[in-house]
Design a protein around this ligand. Structure first.
Ligand code: SF4
Length: 424
């Protein structure tokens, strides 16, 4: 039986696509082995969102070649689309597949083929549905791809093309397949999922209403949504839904209106703040994970203080902090007054401390409370861990296997970023 290994860099969307592409190989008789073990085929799903991510994709290629010198390597993903030549120094590289062709990996491998397949991203219109099953308790379901926004620091539109999606009907079919595997939680995934419906004349609000009616899936999480696309009807729907979790991941990027203008973002700090406050009013126990970029060109100490102060006063729960790095071909590279890397580090550290404080404050609000937990994994000491609806991590001791079960738990001690609990 031929062996296939794989590794994914980057986002949840890449994760769902790797899973679907590898699934075609296993359906054709391949056995999956861990990345790092010898394999006949290795798939590397690359990322280009930062210079470091692209470097890691190239290093993973070299590592795969060392592990399986006789094997063949297939590079897919965003760096394969934006910079395919970068992978050709490794002789084991058999295919480099850009956005249009990555789902043809098995077909092309088994036919006469060139090495690079990377057409002009403007010509990419196809939408390949994808979902992951490897975690057995939750699945990343791709509902949308690409982006039409002009953010000046971002390479994603160049890697994934224009915003597009498949129909609500076809997504319901995929969700039913996931439910039939006994998986209880789906994370709706894409590039700009609030923009869902562009190519089918539907809306994200329509989609979540239909998914809510589907039997077999207990929980949905919205992986990330732009503040200007988190509408009042979506907020009110999540507030009353049993299945859509009170968990929001929202990009802010900067708390300075001047910097947001330089980034060409589609909201200002007032719109953002009002959206957080409105959501918090309708869903008081909601978890807010916020994306912030530090050190964007032109960001002064005063701009950074505005970001820090805004985040300090808002009821947010956690920060995802990204140090700015120039990305070839993006308008931001031409913006003057680059921020020295040592200043970026200082600002990053300050926000990380704020994030820890906010995270602990958020957790402590729920001590002693009763929450439903979906248990996902077990450690060697019979401790099972999982997450509440509002994304609190919980671990309980159990002698019976409670993996993939949703159980009422009384949250007790909060220690090292995790709640202990008592099963009721
Ligand atoms: S919304 Fe902006 S940052 Fe996000 S993928 Fe689109 S262009 Fe990139």
């Amino acid at each position: 039986m031929p062996k296939i290994s794989y590794t994914t860099l980057g986002c949840k969307l890449n994760f769902s696509e790797t899973a679907s592409i590898v699934r075609e190989f296993t359906e054709q008789g391949y056995k999956t082995v861990k990345f790092g073990e010898k394999a006949d085929i290795t798939i590397i799903n690359s990322c280009t969102v930062t210079a470091q991510a692209e470097r890691k994709s190239v290093n993973a290629t070299k590592k795969a070649a060392k592990i399986s010198p006789e094997g063949k390597i297939i590079i897919i993903g965003c760096a394969a689309q934006t910079n395919p030549e970068r992978f050709l120094n490794t002789e084991q590289v058999e295919l480099v597949l850009g956005t249009h062709d990555k789902f043809r990996a098995y077909e092309l491998l088994n036919s006469n083929h060139d090495i690079i397949y990377s057409c002009d991203i403007q010509d990419v219109n196809n939408f390949d549905i994808a979902y992951s099953t490897t975690e057995r308790t939750r699945s990343f379901l791709k509902i949308q791809d690409g982006c039409d926004y002009p953010c000046t620091y971002c390479t994603i539109p160049k890697a994934r093309g224009k915003s597009r999606n498949s129909s609500i009907k076809s997504i319901l079919t995929e969700a039913e397949k996931i439910a039939s595997l006994g998986i209880k939680e789906i994370i709706l995934t894409g590039v700009n999922i609030g923009d869902f419906g562009k190519s089918t004349n539907e809306t994200f609000y329509d989609l979540i209403k239909e998914l809510d009616k589907l039997d077999g899936i207990n929980r949905y999480r919205i992986s990330s949504i732009e503040p200007n696309l988190l509408t009042t009807n979506i907020i009110k729907f999540v507030a009353k839904s049993e299945k859509f979790m009170p968990h929001f991941h929202i990009p802010l990027q900067s708390g300075s209106d001047d910097v947001l203008k330089l980034m060409k973002r589609r909201y200002n700090t007032k719109i953002f703040a009002d959206k957080i406050i409105e959501t918090n009013k309708h869903i008081p126990n909601a978890f807010f994970g916020i994306d912030v970029i530090v050190g964007f060109p032109g960001e002064t100490e005063e701009h950074f203080e505005q970001t820090f102060n805004l985040l300090s006063i808002l009821p947010i729960s956690y920060l995802h902090i990204f140090p700015y790095s120039d990305r070839k071909g993006t308008p931001a590279t031409a913006i003057k007054n680059k921020v020295p890397s040592e200043w970026i580090k200082v600002r990053e550290q300050k926000l990380a401390e704020l994030s820890n404080k906010k995270h602990e404050l958020f957790y402590k609000k729920f001590a002693g409370k009763l929450h439903k937990v979906l248990f996902e994994s077990k450690d060697e000491n019979n401790f099972f861990s999982g997450f509440t609806d509002n994304y609190l991590k919980v671990a309980v001791e159990s002698n019976i296997d409670i993996k993939n079960q949703i159980i009422n738990v009384q949250l007790t001690n909060f220690k090292n970023g995790i709640f202990e609990g008592i099963i009721l």
